[in-house]
Ligand binder design. Structure first.
Ligand code: C5P
Length: 224
């Protein structure tokens, strides 16, 4: 049973990897499965929120009652999240957005010419969706409560604390390793201005429900 703690709230979730095209048949991506973001979207919907899920390329079913917007690249994800954020009260950024994209995607497939020469790729940095929304007027005022995620291989508390400050978000959630991509369970470290607390290892859906309950409590105390 989930208490309907988010009735009247609109929750925006980004999930999955992004795919950055090199040419029409090739690209760069990462191993994010999207499972945590989809579980969070489901848990928020169960808690009574109106939920919009902006998803990169993943092989997952849309949780019931959730509005899903499929995107491919970081720029598309940015555009969709910025457009949706105006109506949202909470933004939970779980997507593993590619840090860089090829500086120019070829319009035709790059061919081997038989000479043994290899192509050279140049990159440009993608925009930081979470930092952009956290530093937007509604993010700064707290009308859009922004939550970031961090996957680190070591020194999680130190990195999560630094990332929270850098992205200027009230809450940063660290994935307690080892590598959680594609797994069905995880443990979380919640880092806020007061310090850190752990949600012990559990299924991603159970963790998502606990995280949503925690966020709902933060919103309630904000408006109290
Ligand atoms: O900087 P890093 O990628 O480690 O930060 C992770 C957090 O920032 C996640 O919440 C992720 O969804 C978000 N992010 C983003 N846009 C980017 C890079 C990361 O929203 N371009």
């Amino acid at each position: 049973f989930q208490p309907k703690s988010l009735v009247g709230q609109h929750v925006l979730v980004s999930a999955g990897p992004t795919f950055e095209a090199i040419d029409p048949v090739r690209g760069i991506t990462n191993l994010s499965s999207g499972k945590m973001g989809f579980a969070i979207a489901r848990a928020a919907q169960e808690a009574g929120a109106e939920v919009t899920l902006v998803a990169g390329p993943v092989a997952l079913a849309t949780p019931r009652g959730v509005r899903r917007i499929d995107v491919v690249s970081a720029l598309e994800m940015m555009q969709a999240c910025v457009a949706e954020a105006d109506q949202a009260h909470v933004f939970i950024a779980t997507a593993a957005v590619a840090d860089w994209r090829p500086d120019s995607a070829a319009t035709q497939k790059i061919k081997k010419d038989g000479s043994g020469q290899t192509p050279t790729l140049g990159f440009v940095e993608n925009p930081d969706i979470l930092a952009t929304l956290a530093q937007s007027p509604r993010g700064v005022s707290g009308d859009l409560f922004c939550v970031g995620f961090a996957a680190e291989s070591h020194d999680l508390l130190a990195h999560a604390t630094a990332k929270r400050a850098r992205k200027k978000v009230p809450l940063l959630v660290g994935n307690i390793g080892p590598a959680t991509f594609g797994q069905d369970d995880n443990a979380l470290l919640l880092v806020d201005a007061q310090g850190a607390k752990e949600i012990p290892r559990n299924s991603k859906l159970a963790l998502a429900r606990l995280l949503i309950a925690d966020i709902a409590a933060r919103l309630a105390s904000q408006s109290a």
